[in-house]
Design a protein around this ligand. Structure first.
Ligand SMILES: *Cc1c(COP(=O)(O)O)cnc(C)c1O
Length: 405
C-alpha cells in the first residue's frame, strides 16, 4: 500500500517556486464552484481588477491563463505573430531565448541581439537593432532570473510606440517584488506568473494588454467549431488552448464556453493578490529591497562575490559566484540535506559558475534570509572553502537593525 503523503519541511530560497502564503494554501482547500457560477464570476472579476495593480496599468484587459508563466508568454506572442512576422529578441540571459524559441515555433522571423549576460542593454543598443531589423514585435525580459539582471524599459518602450511596434515584456520574476509601470513604459503585453513574488503555487500566468493589442487579436478571433460553424477566420490564432481572443471572451461578460477554469487556483490567485495589496505595494517592494540588502551584506561579509553589474541587479534574485575548487551542486545538496534550505543553480553558460538565491514573495522574510546565510556558511565551512567565518549572520542582523532604527 502507498503511504499518505508527508511533505518535507523546507525553506525555499530559489527564484521560484517560493513558499506559498499560508492564507493562499488555505484558500485552495475551499469547496469547488462551477466556472459559470455567479459567485465564481464575482471572484474572477475581482481577480481581474487586482491583477492590474502590480502591473501598474489601467488596461481594460487583465486575466489569468491556465498553465505556468510560459503558457502566458506563448499566449501573448502567438496572439501577435503571423507566419513570417519579424520579432527582435534582445537577449541578456536564458529566458530571452525562451521567448525566441516560442516565436520561432510560431514561424516568426526572429533576430537575436546578443550580449554578455552580466548586464542588460542600453536603450541605444536596442534602438539601433530596431532600426536595422525593422521588426513588428520587440520581446524582452524585465528581470532575467537566470543571471539576476534587470532591464530598464522606459526608453525602449517609448521608441517602440513611436515606431508603432508591439512591445512584449516578460515580468514573471519582478511582478509583486519590484515596481512596474506597464502603461508608462509603453508595454503592449506584459506577462507574470504566480509562483514567484505572489506566493501562489505555480499553474497560472497573468497577462495584461492594451487596446492596440486587443484590436489586433479581435481581428483574429474565431469561434470554436462546436459553438458556431460559420465564424471562420483565415488569420486565427494558431493555438486553441492559448488563444487570447477566446480567453478574453471567457473572462468578459460574454463568458464563452472555453476551458474548465481551474477554480481552486483562481481562489489561490485571489488571495495572493489580496494579501499583496493588503500589505501595500510600496511596503512589499521595500520589504524585498531590505531583505536583499541584508542578504548582500551577509554574502559580502563571508567574502563571496556577486555576479554581474550591481546597478542593474534584480532585488529579487542574488547570483553568487561559486568559489574556486568548490562543487556548487554538492553545496546545494548539503544545504538541503542538513538545513532544509533550497537555493538554485543556473543555466546555459552560467551552469556550475553561480548559485542563485531568490528573495521573493512569502519567502522574502528576515528569518529566511538569516537561515539561508547560516546554511551557506555552515556548508562552505564544512567543505573547507576559504571564507570569512562567523561574519555573515552578524552583518545581516546589523543591516536590519540599521534599517529599522
Ligand atoms: C520563472 C520564469 C519563467 C518561466 O516560468 P514557468 O512558470 O516555469 O513557466 C519565465 N520567465 C522568467 C523571467 C522567469 O523567472
Amino acid at each position: 500500500m502507498y503511504k499518505e503523503l508527508t511533505i518535507a519541511q523546507r525553506t525555499i530560497m530559489t527564484p521560484g517556486p517560493v513558499e506559498a502564503h499560508p492564507v493562499v494554501l488555505q484558500a485552495m482547500t475551499n469547496r469547488i464552484l462551477g466556472q459559470f457560477d455567479p459567485s465564481f464570476l464575482e471572484i474572477m472579476n475581482e481577480v481581474k481588477e487586482m491583477i492590474k495593480k502590480p502591473f501598474g496599468t489601467e488596461n481594460k484587459e487583465a486575466f489569468a491563463v491556465d498553465g505556468t508563466s510560459r503558457a502566458g508568454l506563448e499566449a501573448a506572442l502567438i496572439a501577435l505573430i503571423e507566419p513570417g512576422d519579424k520579432v527582435l529578441i534582445p537577449a541578456y540571459g536564458r529566458f530571452a531565448y525562451l521567448l525566441g524559441e516560442i516565436c520561432e515555433r510560431a514561424q516568426a522571423n526572429v533576430s537575436y541581439l546578443e550580449k554578455e549576460w552580466t548586464a542588460p542593454f542600453s536603450p541605444e543598443e536596442v534602438i539601433k537593432a530596431i532600426n536595422e531589423f525593422q521588426p513588428k514585435i520587440v520581446a524582452m525580459v524585465h528581470g532575467e532570473t537566470a543571471n539576476g539582471q534587470m532591464q530598464p524599459l522606459k526608453e525602449i518602450g517609448a521608441y517602440c510606440r513611436e515606431k508603432d511596434l508591439f512591445f512584449v515584456v516578460d515580468m514573471v520574476a519582478t511582478y509583486g517584488g519590484v515596481e512596474l509601470a506597464v502603461d508608462e513604459w509603453c508595454v503592449d503585453i506584459a506577462i507574470a506568473g504566480t509562483q514567484k513574488c505572489l506566493s501562489v503555487p505555480s499553474g497560472l500566468a497573468l497577462v495584461t494588454y492594451n487596446d492596440r493589442v486587443e484590436k489586433l487579436i479581435n481581428s483574429r478571433y474565431q469561434k470554436e467549431l462546436g459553438l458556431s460553424k460559420s465564424d471562420r477566420n483565415d488569420r486565427h490564432i494558431t493555438s486553441n488552448y492559448l488563444d487570447l481572443s477566446q480567453l478574453q471572451r471567457y473572462w468578459n461578460s460574454e463568458r464563452i464556453n472555453h476551458h474548465t477554469e481551474a477554480t481552486s487556483m483562481i481562489y489561490a490567485l485571489h488571495e495572493g493578490l489580496r494579501m499583496l495589496l493588503a500589505e501595500g505595494l510600496e511596503a512589499a517592494y521595500s520589504r524585498h529591497s531590505v531583505n536583499e540588502g541584508a542578504l548582500l551584506a551577509g554574502i559580502k561579509a563571508m567574502g563571496l562575490q556577486i555576479y554581474g553589474n550591481r546597478e542593474t541587479k534584480m532585488p529579487t534574485v542574488t547570483p553568487i559566484l561559486i568559489p574556486e575548487n568548490i562543487d556548487g551542486e554538492s553545496v546545494r545538496e548539503e544545504m538541503l540535506h542538513f538545513f532544509g534550505v533550497e537555493i538554485a543553480s543556473s543555466f546555459g553558460e552560467l551552469k556550475g559558475k553561480i548559485w542563485r538565491i531568490g528573495n521573493m514573495g512569502y519567502s522574502s522574510r528576515k528569518e529566511n534570509i538569516l537561515h539561508v546565510l547560516s546554511a551557506l556558511e555552515g556548508v562552505l565551512m564544512h567543505q573547507r572553502a576559504s571564507i570569512e567565518p562567523g561574519k555573515a549572520v552578524p552583518a545581516a542582523i546589523n543591516y536590519y537593525q540599521n534599517k529599522t532604527n
